[in-house]
Design a protein around this ligand. Structure first.
Ligand code: ZN
Length: 101
């Protein structure tokens, strides 16, 4: 795949931004007590990170996709984006057609 210079730059800055925010979050998490973490997990597990509604989990070719019942956002677990990106285009189309109305 050939990247145009501007795309590569955008990718670089997006990555830098992500790393920066990740570090900040890691610092915050270090300061959280274990029971605080447990509480947050219980509170947010299987809830949409955007609107807080319940997520519906769907299994598709070893990928577990969570779709929000409220805002229709679609969420992937760690590593699943890589798995999804390895799917053939037709596989991806099928995957998203699951959610089409
Ligand atoms: Zn939502």
């Amino acid at each position: 795949m050939v990247w145009k210079p501007s795309e590569k730059e955008e990718e670089y800055f997006a990555r830098m931004e992500f790393e920066k925010k990740k570090k900040q979050e890691e610092e915050k998490q270090k300061n959280l007590a274990e029971r605080e973490k447990k509480k947050l997990k219980e509170l947010h597990s299987m809830k949409c990170p955007k609107c807080g509604m319940e997520l519906i989990e769907i299994d598709y070719q070893s990928i577990k996709i969570d779709k929000c019942s409220g805002c229709e956002g679609v969420w992937l677990d760690a590593g699943e984006l890589e798995t999804a990106s390895r799917l053939e285009k037709t596989g991806l189309d099928k995957l998203f057609s699951v959610f089409k109305k």
